[in-house]
Design a protein around this ligand. Structure first.
Ligand code: PLP
Length: 428
């Protein structure tokens, strides 16, 4: 079920009238990135629809950027709002003008709550996933004798953060090692269940891993934790804005995400969801002014002065994704992933780290490109083939990481596969 889009939002996305008037103003013209029309009929319209989605982004049409796990572009609507609100504050930074921004920020909280299927009283607008994860690890009363279970494949903000704070607070860390390829939901359900003891206070894992796109059984792991009186932190940096996440179903205690990844929102904005049942367990890390207006945000979101323009633009990103269709976005990403995985399987010498089982992976695909140097390959792909991907250095499943999103097309995936085939054959 997608969150409702108001008539106002819908009209704004589908009609050019308002934007055209705005951008006729010479003050705005140089910064104009007005939203364009989406092709009618939604995802059922096939590639014509997805082409119109792609046109909502200002990336040049011949550049295929498949690096969503790291950073996504903001859409035209987000840029438009960001520019408009930023300029408004700089043109008139009076308390009178700024006063109207705070209710707007609350609209973003409301949109976030609808997007995640929770209540606004449980939503904090942060800077990013790193900050949200750290608010949990810094905010819980943990002490010597307590245990925190982490998955080894967590991002540093949900792994090193716990390990470093354990030195200060005295609790112990239990690590569930990652397995490659993904051994299936049952493996991790059993591993976490076995690791939980009467001393366990928290389990912290990643919904979709940033390394190789392993999809973790979040709902089952949260249930296992809940049934044992253990708190659950789900790092959603790679699921928020990609998967049609429903926290009412997953039921974590904490869920975190960044606007600037899969939601295609403004940079330096994020979310921390705190289940109302456990809000009294978390201490704020920051006490200052300008808190939120409802629920937990009243005591937990007083971070001092913020960039309201960014927070307001974040809402635009959520509205855009809802208009495109949350389930359609997830399906599109899954199809592109399968196309990529099928193509990689046909390339000689390529060792793929990502699971061959479709249900265990989404949109983050990592592999060793035969004997090719990953760094040089990434440079050639970007410079000669106009395909942007990223490299994975170090010892842990090194190579290339490709993360396509709904603004990518099957033709772009084919272009990447053809270029890979060429370089594997001829060298770099
Ligand atoms: C799983 C995971 N958690 C947290 C982060 C941190 O995100 P941010 O840099 O937006 O705080 C990332 C970034 O890639 C990530 O992949």
């Amino acid at each position: 079920m997608a969150a409702p889009v108001s008539r106002r939002d819908f009209t704004r996305l589908f009609a050019l009238g308002g934007s055209a008037a705005l951008f006729a103003d010479p003050v705005w013209a140089s910064q104009a990135a007005p939203a364009r029309s989406l092709a009618p009929g939604g995802a059922a319209g096939g590639e014509a629809f997805w082409t119109s989605v792609r046109e909502q982004f200002v990336m040049p049409s011949d550049l295929a950027v498949m690096n969503a796990a790291n950073l996504c572009p903001s859409s035209r609507g987000v840029l438009e709002t960001l520019t408009k609100e930023t300029r408004s504050v700089d043109q008139d930074p009076s308390p009178n003008n700024r006063a109207r921004l705070y209710p707007e920020k609350e609209q973003t909280r409301k949109a976030l709550a609808e997007f995640l299927r929770v209540t606004p009283e449980e939503v904090i607008i942060t800077r990013n996933t790193s900050e949200s994860n750290n608010m949990v690890s810094s905010g819980l009363d943990l002490k010597a004798g307590d245990e925190v279970i982490v998955h080894a494949d967590n991002h540093p903000s949900n792994l090193n953060a716990w390990r470093e704070k354990a030195k200060r607070f005295g609790y112990s860390i239990v690590t569930i090692e990652q397995q490659n390829p993904h051994p299936g939901a049952g493996y991790y359900e059993e591993a976490f269940t076995r690791a939980i003891t009467p001393r366990t206070k928290v389990i912290a894992f990643t919904h979709l891993t940033s390394t190789v796109g392993d999809y973790m059984p979040a709902r089952a792991l949260c249930r296992i934790a809940r049934e044992r009186g253990v708190l659950s932190l789900v790092d959603g940096a790679q699921s928020f804005g990609l998967l049609d996440v429903n926290l009412a179903d997953v039921q974590p205690d904490f869920y975190t995400g960044s606007a600037h990844k899969w939601p295609c929102g403004a940079r330096e904005c994020g979310v921390l969801y705190v289940n109302k049942a456990v809000q009294d367990r978390l201490w704020p890390s920051i006490y200052s002014a300008y808190p939120g207006a409802v629920g937990f945000s009243k005591t937990f979101e007083g971070f001092g002065q913020r960039d309201e323009a960014t927070m307001i633009a974040f809402r635009e990103a959520l509205v855009f994704q809802t208009t495109v269709g949350r389930a359609a976005i997830e399906q599109r990403a899954r199809h592109l992933t399968t196309q990529l995985m099928d193509g990689l399987a046909k390339l000689p010498g390529v060792k793929v780290w990502t699971s061959p089982v479709a249900e265990r992976r989404v949109s983050v695909v990592s592999f060793v490109p035969g004997s090719l140097d990953a760094g040089k390959l990434a440079t050639a792909l970007y410079g000669k083939d106009k395909v942007a991907i990223t490299t994975r250095g170090g010892q842990d499943r090194p190579g290339i990481r490709v993360s396509p999103h709904f603004y990518n097309s099957p033709a772009e995936v084919d272009r990447l596969l053809a270029a890979l085939g060429k370089y594997l054959k001829t060298g770099l």
